[in-house]
Design a protein around this ligand. Sequence first.
Ligand SMILES: Cc1cc2nc3c(=O)[nH]c(=O)nc-3n(C[C@H](O)[C@H](O)[C@H](O)COP(=O)(O)OP(=O)(O)OC[C@H]3O[C@@H](n4cnc5c(N)ncnc54)[C@H](O)[C@@H]3O)c2cc1C
Length: 444
Amino acid sequence: MDDFDLVVLGAGAAGMMGALAAAQRGLRVLLVDPHMDHPNNLAISGGLFPGAGSALQIQAGVTDSPDRWLADLRAFAGDSVNERIAASVAQALPEVVDFLTRGMNAPIHFLPDVVSTGHHQCRFHSTLPASGAALHQCLRQPIQGHELIHLCPRPVTVAPVGTGFEGTDDTSRWRAPHVMLAGGGFGAHPTWVAQHIPAMRGALYNGADYNDGSTIALGLDWGGQLWGMDGFQGQGHTNPGGRTRLGMAIPALGGILVNQLGQRFVREDIGPSALAPWVMAQPGGVALEVFDSHIEAGMTQHSAYQAALQAGQVMRADDVPTLAALAGVDPMGLQATLSAVQDMARGQATDPLGRTQFARSLNAPYLASWVTGALSHTQGGLVTDGDGRLLNAQDLWVRGVWAAGGCAAGLSGRGAEGYLPGNGLAQSFGLAWRMAQALGSPGA
Ligand SMILES: Cc1cc2nc3c(=O)[nH]c(=O)nc-3n(C[C@H](O)[C@H](O)[C@H](O)COP(=O)(O)OP(=O)(O)OC[C@H]3O[C@@H](n4cnc5c(N)ncnc54)[C@H](O)[C@@H]3O)c2cc1C
């Protein structure tokens, strides 16, 4: 029988952060993931996470703080904010950035030019270029061969025994006083999606295959409760088929969305998540994202856009009729829309859809790409406190059990609109970090 201090179920954003941070506190960790070599949501993601008040952000001369991020989250998501965890995640994020850069020597940078809906300050961090796959590698690499982290790439069974937990993978047995649930959300569980998020029943899903809710089910079996199950991260900039996406930056740089009639239908700056249902409601469930070469020049560090470009998803044209013909949208409609947008961008007209910032007037040569709405990641899950302790229906700790990432209740809920960009990784890293600090404290 092997003894560990902590068993982590899931080696994604939350699980790897939890394992590394716990090992840094001197704890012996068993990290279990039967799909270790399959892309998880961290690897698929854009890799952008907020760190308001990080040393890197301060060095860049940006005035920000955890409280300002919290204020933005509350302004954006209103009463759907998960107040049980929001403040402690806010405080944790600058420490997470510091841990990754100084503790792990990870090549993480502050990104001074990534603007986003709902964030009143540039506060995203990532690799350069921003990439979930590269961020995944930053965490996976120090885990390989770590003297305090033992990897188990096989399915396990685990059960409470006495005051701790015992488990097996059929080749070995182990025990530990603490278990962290970190198997991701339930986006790959169509029945649960239909039950909890009926608007996304049968929708394109562009997240990881093994986010099937298995660790949510385990937490429920052990006495946990659920919160915010209708919350999700949508993606309204996904290319049809779901293999590539444009990323969230184009509207903030001045891009627009039109339907097959060449008409706008939404203020494009509501955020990539909230856009998804709007795009899905258009004829054919698609929209044409229209921008120009000036905007594209600002996308060199956006790996998602570069992947879409490489995949041949971006059309180019020297004038509007050619673009309309290439895309197969109504040329008169598109011309009228672009003229109207030009007036709005110059301050000569008001947008009937309510958008106030257009960043710039679009000019030839024009670029465009078809997009649809997708479900990327679910945000509802097991209720925890701000350190990731699993809470039962009486709000008492299910002793020894922790949860973070997609299997735990997210930072905010309410459909797609409550998802502030960066919330997914913020909660995954923040709660996992807090868990490790609590576990590493005397008397834990
Ligand atoms: C297309 C897309 C783009 C995104 N972009 C961003 C972004 O730019 N910024 C942001 O903040 N968020 C983004 N997200 C969300 C972000 O990826 C997730 O919030 C985050 O990865 C969740 O971390 P996790 O550890 O819960 O899940 P994952 O990273 O998916 O890891 C879960 C792991 O658990 C394993 N597992 C599953 N079940 C079990 C089990 N029973 N036992 C053991 N292991 C198990 C899986 O194999 C997987 O490796 C994006 C998501 C998608 C899909």
